[in-house]
Design a protein around this ligand. Sequence first.
Ligand SMILES: NC(=O)c1ccc[n+]([C@@H]2O[C@H](COP(=O)([O-])OP(=O)(O)OC[C@H]3O[C@@H](n4cnc5c(N)ncnc54)[C@H](OP(=O)(O)O)[C@@H]3O)[C@@H](O)[C@H]2O)c1
Length: 305
Amino acid sequence: MTKKTIFITGSTGKVAEATYKLLCKEGDFRFVLHTSSDEDLHVFNSEDKVFRFDIKDKIILKEILNTIKPDIIINPAALTNVDLCEDDRKLAWDMNVLVVENLEKYCKLNECKLITFSTDYIFDGKKGPYLEEDIPSPISYYGKTKLAAENIIKASNSNCAIIRTNVVYGNSSYAKDDFIKWLIKKFTSNEKMNIITGQYCNPTFVDDVAYSVYKIIDKDLKGVYNIAGKDYVNRYEIALKVAKVYGFDPSLISPIESSKLHQKAKRPENGGLITLKAETEFGFNFTSLENGLNSMKLLSKQIVM
Ligand SMILES: NC(=O)c1ccc[n+]([C@@H]2O[C@H](COP(=O)([O-])OP(=O)(O)OC[C@H]3O[C@@H](n4cnc5c(N)ncnc54)[C@H](OP(=O)(O)O)[C@@H]3O)[C@@H](O)[C@H]2O)c1
């Protein structure tokens, strides 16, 4: 049997890297990678073909897809900086909506499967955590773009799956710092921090997102899947847990109300996702924050050694 070809967009991203590593272990696929960066992709296998181009360029994208003829496209590329999405709405729309639309069109015409990613930021955070079928009402431009992309896919009836996730953490070779990496850096340099007691979420270990991608491919699933960690916590509780697992001084963090943190984009105060559907269909228990942080700590020690 010929190997299936998987095309991964935005390969230097955190979810892209973890998904690639897991699929290399669990499956037998041929990979073609996209990146818009000039990073040396040393963590990927040297035999994988790499295309460096602007994914927003739909003509080049179409040409490349027609050349490589993927069976599956995994699309973690996105403008994930929520505040930047407020400032540069065109870039946010082009990356988060039009790229998905172009990939979906290709998939529909070519019997290709598309797996793309969304967020609990499609909700307003008045009554989280949310089920797959809850009614979205985004309060940020990022959330609006992600919902628009979801709606394109839902209207298309093609072979597409949407993984909704939130506050993803874990080791990565190239990705920008996430909230947990930011906390670790601040604790390590003994800096005091004011952390809000709001923005409830369920922090998601990146390997769980990767495993969910594998399950969706393996079972050829379509539709929306909430993928999120076991614990429903606020940002201050996350910081306390990081201090506990890493042995940092918890007195460096002080709790403040969410209204005291002036972020450009509004964030859901009670966000987060209910994962019963994925747990039932995948036969899988999502990782607790403590276990995820312990794995992250262990893995970063192994990388240093
Ligand atoms: N991380 C989270 O907490 C979280 C939560 C909810 C949903 N999600 C969704 O999950 C998916 C993966 O997230 P992630 O955390 O892995 O994201 P990430 O680490 O920020 O990676 C996204 C990748 O997209 C590409 N990219 C970003 N901006 C770009 C631009 N302006 N032009 C072209 N390419 C650009 C980059 O890859 P290259 O440089 O290799 O092209 C980047 O590494 C995204 O759809 C995100 O919205 C993430």
